[in-house]
Design a protein around this ligand. Structure first.
Ligand SMILES: C[S@@+](CC[C@H](N)C(=O)[O-])C[C@H]1O[C@@H](n2cnc3c(N)ncnc32)[C@H](O)[C@@H]1O
Length: 218
């Protein structure tokens, strides 16, 4: 049985250099995030940007929900893959970074397609549920403590055959270290087991960035 190639920094750089080009505003967001110090690590990786772009190109979702906007890199990566009549709703409680994201969306001329909700994610999601909104794709990338709640609530908002993509499910590889009993590591482990046992979906973990879990609602 063949196994996956371990991806080191050099291979990651090679992959980035031999994959599609970033949109100029994706590039600008990455450069802006580089100035943020430790917060830079909140953004998705470049290969995750390309992956989200290609998923939206292939799957053609009309309505996308994102939980965790930050400075807009993942929303923009999905938005440049969709048709002009598709919409993205993105929720984040941080006003400052949401304003930065809004400016980048304007620069990329996609602000008409992206609605930013500045709120606690649970409030925002519950409001969308009460408005009976439905989405084709939901991307979860906010506080890990609430992942299970976001995942469960997402089912009320997801169309059949819709996808949920969740970031950070490999948690820097710490999920496999049995000696690691840190709170967030345990939360991610527990979440991954929960999804694996969920008969409402078929799922797969993809080892790009910090690990994407892709779930299709049956
Ligand atoms: C990992 S970052 C998202 C990165 C973004 N998807 C990207 O690729 O640039 C997580 C975001 O979730 C937001 N967040 C954390 N807890 C939240 C909560 N309870 N409600 C709403 N937003 C939250 C943070 O403000 C932060 O911007």
């Amino acid at each position: 049985m063949s196994s996956n190639l371990p991806i080191n920094k050099q291979i990651e750089k090679y992959i980035d250099e031999h994959s599609l080009k970033l949109h100029p505003v994706q590039d600008e967001i990455i450069k802006y995030n580089d100035t943020l110090g430790k917060k830079k690590k909140l953004q998705i990786s470049i290969n995750q940007c390309h992956f989200l772009y290609l998923v939206t190109k292939l799957f053609k979702p009309k309505e996308i929900l994102e939980i965790g906007t930050f400075t807009g890199l993942s929303s923009l990566s999905m938005c440049i893959g969709v048709e002009n009549d598709s919409k993205i709703t993105t929720i984040d409680k941080n006003k400052e970074t949401s304003l930065v994201a809004k400016n980048f969306f304007e620069k990329a001329k996609v602000s008409e397609q992206i609605d930013i909700i500045i709120d606690e994610a649970l409030n925002g999601i519950n409001k969308l549920i009460s408005q009976k909104k439905l989405f084709d794709l939901i991307f979860i990338d906010a506080d890990k403590e609430n992942y299970k709640k976001y995942y469960e609530l997402s089912f009320n908002l997801l169309k059949r055959d819709g996808f949920i993509i969740i970031d950070n499910v490999l948690w820097h590889g710490e999920v496999v270290d049995k000696n690691n009993k840190e709170h967030l590591t345990e939360i991610i482990r527990d979440f991954n087991t929960y999804v694996k046992n969920d008969i409402r979906v078929e799922n797969m973990i993809i080892p790009i960035g910090d690990g994407f879990s892709i779930c299709r609602k049956l």
